[in-house]
Design a protein around this ligand. Structure first.
Ligand code: ADP
Ligand code: MG
Length: 343
């Protein structure tokens, strides 16, 4: 099988903690062909959608240590047609480049793309979670998304809570997620000016969200594969930050899913699969769904460390089974076509 990881460049990988590298490593160990390309590398050559790829040369012996594997792997650059791969594995960081999806539209019937283009279109930013259709706020915290600064100020003033969360629609890794407090109301207009209005006259949507009590004890990252949880961990914020993201200084600990969290996964799993979101990372605080990460969900390397597991095996097993299904369907159709042809 040949897999193309659509992600950031090879030399930007963090060999210690990178989930994409753990997935690549598992593919190479299984003797699959692996190439990487970035969204900026996509190219149409003679009407064929291609990419300037970083191809990992075949290795006789693959170290089981991720860092050693990264050091030992040798790479070469090659332009390759995307429809020649069996799988395109999306691992690019947000924000999503809509042009990239247009390139991929041209190969979507030939290649298994994870996550599906439809799913990526729908769920590439925090609007997907904000508009989950949970009008009683049972699983989603009370959330407002707007560019209307007057409306946002009014929501803060009318809220009975003394603190709320403000965040950009497109961020990741905790970037721009701030805690706002009613006691500092005099700052809020200036903050909203900064978040909503750009110097070139354009504007951004922002999310204003109920602060979920207990967030100071950390959030729960759950990796969901084909609608089922395959790993979970607690991320605990550092002493000088309210955010739990590891990239914002959070640390990681074991976590067994509570009954409530299992029920949440059960509730959202079928929708995720139906939307073609086969591999996602959800963030849960106090049993509420804060975010669905669909572009490049992380956490595998940390979970592997605390549980001594290899979660990447399950993900690659799933990808292999999807490719096998596709090949078998193709074979069956070829057989039936020849039967009719020869009748
Ligand atoms: N509604 C909320 N209540 C309490 N803490 C929150 C809330 N939203 C976000 N946070 C904190 O900020 C972190 C980052 O927020 P998140 O929405 O997951 O954005 P990102 O895409 O940057 O990870 C969360 O992991 C959590 O620690
Ligand atoms: Mg998050």
């Amino acid at each position: 099988m040949n897999i193309c990881f659509l992600m950031y460049p090879w030399d930007e990988i963090d060999p210690e903690n990178d989930t994409s590298l753990a997935l690549i490593h598992e593919c190479v160990k299984r003797k699959h062909g692996v190439a990487l390309c970035t969204p900026a590398n996509l190219t149409i050559r003679n009407s064929v959608t291609s990419a300037f790829c970083t191809v990992i040369n075949r290795m006789d012996k693959v170290s089981s240590n991720l860092k050693t594997f990264y050091k030992q792997a040798s790479i070469r650059e090659e332009m390759l047609p995307l429809a020649g791969f069996d799988v395109i594995f999306m691992r690019a960081n947000p924000p999503l480049d809509p042009l990239m999806l247009n390139f991929l539209d041209s190969v979507k019937d030939d290649v298994f793309i994870m996550n599906s283009l439809q799913g990526l279109r729908e769920a590439n930013n925090k609007l997907y979670t904000a508009a989950f259709g949970d009008s009683h706020s049972n699983i989603i915290p009370v959330t407002h998304v707007s560019k209307n600064k007057r409306y946002l100020v009014q929501q803060i003033k009318e809220s009975s809570a003394d603190k709320m969360i403000l965040k950009p629609l497109n961020g990741f890794g905790g970037s721009g997620v701030i805690l706002i407090e009613k006691s500092a109301m005099s700052n809020i207009k200036s903050l909203l000016d900064f978040y909503v209005t750009n110097s070139d006259g354009t504007s951004n949507y922002v999310i204003l969200q109920e602060y979920i009590e207990g967030a100071d004890q950390g959030d729960i990252r759950v990796l969901i594969l084909n609608g089922e949880p395959i790993g979970a961990m607690r991320r605990i914020p550092g002493s000088d930050d309210h955010r739990s993201n590891v990239s914002a200084g959070g640390s990681v600990a074991k976590h067994t899913l509570t009954k409530e969290e299992k029920a949440l996964c059960k509730q959202i799993g079928p929708k995720l699969v139906n939307d073609g979101l086969y591999f996602v990372g959800i963030d849960v605080i106090g049993g509420k769904l804060v975010e669905v990460n669909v572009m490049s969900p992380g956490g595998i390397t940390y979970m592997n460390k605390v549980y001594k597991t290899k979660i990447q095996c399950k993900v690659i097993d799933f990808v292999e089974s999807k490719v096998l299904d596709k090949l078998q369907a193709f074979d069956r159709r070829s057989r039936l076509r020849s039967e009719v042809e020869n009748a």
